[in-house]
Design a protein around this ligand. Structure first.
Ligand code: F6R
Length: 610
């Protein structure tokens, strides 16, 4: 949700900022803008639409300056017009501000500022920021003015301001929206995420909630909400710049689908190589005693990560014998959830910055729950607010539709369920070792599965024009049906519903006719026969069946119009495999329909607003 990039340097930073914004475009692509301080001038260029349009304008207007900020917008308040694009200016024309988040009290602030003679030119909530800072600048420096502005704001924000009269200085602040400082050699940066910084540095300082930062080319000062300065200690990021490149693929999503076998293997290695002889993975160690006697588990997450949570429920209940609920984070926070004594909350998030998830876990912790997070982005807000963290090793996920983050989450949930089972003496070391050996074989099975990508592409041609799809799965593959439907909806804009196959007869069966493709997951396992019966029911009503099934399954072949073949694995591991053809199917259908696969309309990755 909106991307922020800024730099204080001794060289021209206009191009650097545009490149930084390109890495952040997945966070929003409604409009974009850059402001630089050039000599004694503040120059601003803004454009509606994608970064490419902004990049052209930056070149054609000859924008240069060694202090600058840039923004890519996901519209909340006000349409995606140039007028509403960031940076926004104050009345004096000295300041330019970029903002990510929502200033909830913007109307009250605006009214007050208008009363004092400030004139506004956009419909955004963000425009109050430069005007408020301008007010505070009357008796303070820029850092002081921002420190005084922050307590006046209700809502979520990361913002950065530059001042024409203070070249070489950038001041930023954050509350509940991400902002990371990058430390360079004689230049420093601010960005919404680490991936945007990798081209210039891997040394970063994570800002805590409520902190304000002042950057110059040579210094970084971090001021806490209590007004005290704290040392800006840099941490080294594990990712490198190469991981954020397309690497010859047409789309990040295609690259990220292909990266899954390696990402899953890397995630397994990270945790298992460091596990002790009881298979206690180090990430669980800080809460091991608590886990031994945990009473209940609630998993909170959004979107694809929520689907991973549903798979986690199956695994944890079956292996560790602990009751698990899975809640949408956005619902959990507005209920009065009952948290038992010794209640574990597991948050799952690729970005670690999803506002709904962060709000839910804060609420749960305030009610006494312990928090374990499964997160892809090291150093993200969620990792810093948790009692224990299990990282996924997906690397930077750039495509808006989540793929490799999902499968690495599934892998970590496997380890969590095994670890919990060991801690609660529900599984022997030998059984656990056998299960981990099974996980080691998953990489090869995933690779084998992805070899069928051309077959899936041909299948996609047959169904690309359908206007509705039904996805059915049972047991541990019911969440995979939901995930298949979500992938198709978000990147191809085709209506799709995911259902537990057994529920079909209670309603959705009415939808089935000769035009409706029904994707059925029918791989060997506990509910295989049930899935076959569901296929019979679809076939009897003329539905067109695409089955995710073993290549040599004769029973499926008789019923399905198309088989998306997958290698056979143990039922509990099958989600890791079965989701792959569904990701590919949505990818190819979206491609055939001419959709913008990596940047689907209306969506943004990392949803940092409510
Ligand atoms: C779907 C997708 C979203 C995210 C959701 C949660 O492909 O990407 O549904 O899964 O917004 O995001 P994270 O996992 O970053 O909390």
């Amino acid at each position: 949700m909106c991307g922020i990039f800024g730099s204080a340097a001794r060289r021209d930073v206009a191009d650097l900022i545009v490149r930084g914004l390109r890495h952040l475009e997945y966070r929003g692509y409604d409009s974009a803008g850059v402001a630089v301080v050039d000599g004694g001038d503040l120059k601003v260029v803004r454009r509606e639409g994608r970064i490419d349009r902004l990049a052209e304008a930056v070149v054609s207007t000859g924008l240069h300056g060694s202090t600058g900020i840039g923004h890519t917008r996901w519209a909340t308040h006000g349409e995606s017009t140039e007028r509403n694009a960031h940076p926004h200016r104050d009345g004096s024309g000295n300041l330019a501000v970029i903002h990510n988040g929502i200033i909830e009290n913007h109307e009250v602030l605006r009214e007050r500022l208008v009363g004092r003679g400030h004139a506004f030119s956009s419909e955004t909530d963000s425009e109050v920021l430069p005007h408020l800072i301008e007010e505070h600048l009357k008796d303070q420096d820029l850092l002081g003015a921002v420190c005084s502005t922050v307590p006046e704001l209700i809502g979520t924000f990361a913002f950065v301001v530059i001042d024409r009269t203070r070249p070489g200085v950038l001041v930023g602040a954050r509350r509940d929206s991400p902002l990371v400082v990058g430390i360079g050699d004689g230049e420093n940066y601010l960005a919404s995420d680490v991936a945007a910084l990798l081209e210039v540095t891997r040394d970063v300082v994570y800002l805590e909630n409520g902190e304000v930062v002042e950057l110059t080319p040579d210094s970084v000062r971090v001021i806490g909400p209590d007004g005290r300065e704290r040392p800006a200690v840099a941490e080294r990021v594990e990712w490198d710049a190469e991981a954020t490149a397309k690497g010859g693929y047409r789309h990040f999503m295609a690259k990220e689908i292909d990266e899954q076998p390696a990402a899953v293997a890397k995630t397994l290695k990270r945790h298992v190589d460091a596990a002790d002889e009881r298979f206690l993975v180090p990430g669980l160690a800080p809460i091991a005693d608590f886990l031994r006697s945990v009473q209940r588990v609630t998993i909170v997450a959004c979107g694809t990560s929520w689907h991973a949570g549903l798979v986690g429920k199956f695994l944890i209940e079956e292996r560790a014998g602990v009751p698990v609920e899975v809640d949408y984070a956005s619902e959990f926070r507005y209920r009065d959830p009952i948290l038992a004594d010794r209640h574990l909350v597991v948050a799952i998030s690729q970005s670690g910055e999803t506002l709904d998830t962060l709000a839910a876990v804060r609420d749960a912790r305030a009610r006494g729950a312990k928090l374990l997070s499964i997160v892809n982005v090291q150093g993200s807000s969620l990792t810093r607010e948790s009692d224990a963290v299990l990282l996924t090793d997906a690397g930077p996920e750039i495509g808006v539709a989540s793929t490799k983050a999902f499968t690495t989450q599934l892998l970590v949930l496997q380890l969590l369920s095994l670890g919990l089972a060991r801690l609660r003496d529900r599984r022997s070391v030998e059984e656990t070792r056998a299960a981990v050996d099974g996980l080691r074989r998953v990489r090869a099975k995933m690779e084998e599965c992805l070899e069928a990508r051309d077959e899936v592409a041909r299948a996609a041609e047959r169904y690309a024009r359908a206007s509705d799809f039904l996805f059915l799965g049972r047991g541990v593959n019911y969440p995979i049906a939901l995930e298949g439907a979500l992938k198709l909806k978000e990147i191809s804009y085709v209506h799709a519903e995911g259902y537990p196959a057994g529920e079909m007869k209670h309603g959705p069966i009415a939808l089935i006719d000769r035009s409706l493709p029904v994707v059925v997951i029918a791989t060997p396992g506990r509910v295989y026969e049930k899935a076959i019966s569901n296929m019979q029911e679809v076939k009897a009503r003329g539905g067109r069946i695409l089955a995710v099934a073993a290549a040599d399954d004769a029973a499926v072949a008789k019923l399905a119009e198309t088989v998306l073949p997958v290698p056979v694995v143990d039922d509990s591991l099958s989600p890791l495999i079965n989701v792959l053809p569904l990701q590919l199917l949505s990818y190819w259908i979206a491609d055939l329909r001419g959709c913008d696969i990596d940047k689907p309309r209306n969506l943004a990755k990392s949803v940092t607003v409510e």
